[in-house]
Design a protein around this ligand. Structure first.
Ligand code: CTP
Ligand code: MG
Length: 232
């Protein structure tokens, strides 16, 4: 039986959660680290499940934690949990292979962006629904950006006005994401990158500060503060 949320929803969300969290320091796999007393993955899945368009969620978990993750999420939302792979891209491919028939829009959302709001899911999905093949949430880059050499000498200043910091959830027409993963050669850090290689246009929508990626200990502290401020 396939786990289902809103049966009228047209969106499946893939949640790559199979990483170990090396940059966060020693401890459990990142998706299982606590934020406000609950694992990052629980926060991420709860917010995805709260989006009315979402019909199914597939989580790619650390292979050694498969049963623990199933047990953990059983009380959060009806989700399918599959073993993740050695890279993020392999984890996404494993989750994509497990998406049930039905949803024609597929979103990919990092468990590490635990506080991404349901409203962001809806705005990305709406852009795909309106005809885009691929949609990414982005924020302007606020810092001045330099290109540097291997020995830390500045090579030049990049025009920040043309740059965007990219978040998840990223949204795709299902057949486009399937084609992009089928054609993938080298591992990339996001799925839109694979779609770009097919020559398919990727559209931007406004991202959310709350969709920050929890990578280093400082990010986890920041997320704790956002959560405690009650509007995350
Ligand atoms: N991810 C995954 N499978 C992997 C590696 C990463 O599903 N083999 C997931 C992570 O769980 C995370 C998302 O991809 O939700 C983004 O990756 P990142 O933030 O780099 O997380 P980690 O790889 O866990 O962290 P690190 O790179 O510091 O080890
Ligand atoms: Mg990683």
């Amino acid at each position: 039986m396939t786990a289902q949320l809103n049966p009228r929803g047209d969106v499946a969300v893939l949640v790559p959660a199979g990483g170990s969290g090396v940059r966060l320091g020693p401890g459990a796999p990142k998706a299982l680290r606590p934020l406000g007393g609950e694992p990052l993955l629980v926060h991420a899945v709860r917010r995805m499940a709260a989006a009315p368009s979402v019909r199914s969620i597939v989580v790619a978990a650390p292979a050694a934690e498969l049963l623990a993750v199933r047990a953990l999420l059983a009380s959060v939302a009806p989700v399918t949990v599959v073993p993740g792979g050695a890279t993020r891209q392999e984890s996404v491919a494993a989750a994509l292979a497990a998406v049930p028939a039905g949803p024609e829009i597929v979103l990919v959302h990092d468990a590490a962006r635990a506080l991404a709001p349901a409203a962001l899911v809806e705005s990305v999905a709406a852009a795909v629904r309106s005809g885009r093949d691929a949609v990414i949430p982005v924020l302007p880059v606020v810092d001045t950006v330099k290109e540097v050499s291997g020995d830390d000498l500045v090579l030049g200043t990049v025009d920040r006005a043309t740059l965007r910091a990219v978040q998840t959830p990223q949204g795709f027409r299902r057949r486009v994401l399937v084609a992009a993963h089928a054609a993938a050669v080298d591992p990339l850090t996001d799925d839109a990158g694979l779609v770009e290689k097919l020559g398919v246009p990727v559209a931007c929508v406004p991202g959310s500060e709350y969709a920050l990626k929890i990578t280093r200990p400082f990010d986890l502290s920041l997320a704790e503060h956002l959560l405690a401020s009650a509007d995350a």
